[in-house]
Unconditional design. Sequence first.
Length: 308
Amino acid sequence: MDKISLIIPCYNEEQALPFLYKEIKKVAAEMPGQEFEFIFINDGSRDRTLELVKELRLEDERVHYVSFSRNFGKEAGIYAGLKSATGDYIALIDADLQDPPSLLKEMYESLKSADYDCVATRRVDRKGEPPIRSFFAKQFYRIINKISDTEVVDGARDFRLMTRQMVDSILDMGEYNRFSKGIFGWVGFKTKWIAYENVERIAGQTKWSFFGLFLYSLEGIIAFSTRPLLIASVFGILFCFIAFLMISVIIAKTLLWGDPVAGYPSLICAIFFMGGLQLFCLGILGQYLSKTYLETKKRPIYIVKEKA
């Protein structure tokens, strides 16, 4: 009998948890040949999420939980869940039911019947999302796949079922600044993708703001590509060359034709433009430096307050 660990990161999911538990219990009943454990990761929730999980544990011994001392973010929750899982196969799923638990049976059968190490899901549309968010999400996937050697599939979800070997490889990557979508691709292994139409959240509110997603996308780009540093270097070389040409033209016009040198407006425009470019390049360098600084501190990815 195979054991399947189902990891559910939770942050203020009081309203969604009853619906989720009902669905995963139904899926487990449809797979009587497998043993299940449900691991809820309470990421510093401020509502009754932890209390509800404790109530579920009293009635179902398959329920386990890890509760953080504060909110450490979803990436920390995923890592904690993977470390806590004891199953032969490990699945990640969101608590809001945007990931259909009914796919777990198909995912498990695909792993058992074919030579796959992971079965992952991806959305084929973004129905229900604000158009501006959908546009920038598509641009992010396009950019990161062009500047990174690690493939990040457009529309990929964290919802996936993995073998123990693949999970152990992910746990070996103990970096502080984590971007799981990139890590899943970086470790390799053979992955089967299951596409499905977007499902809207069953209850509660999304915890991701547009600005939060933007910062998360920057985390992914910095974590899996050094191309921005190369771009900054190319900008520096290019504008040094342009500056040399402009100086040569000004000297030639003044000495040969006696043209006066343009004054205040052109000078201010040049100062603002070059100043902005320098700050942009320094910002790129600063992002990489800050990530290196955080890694060298060797702080724990999360702190557990209680678990069961």
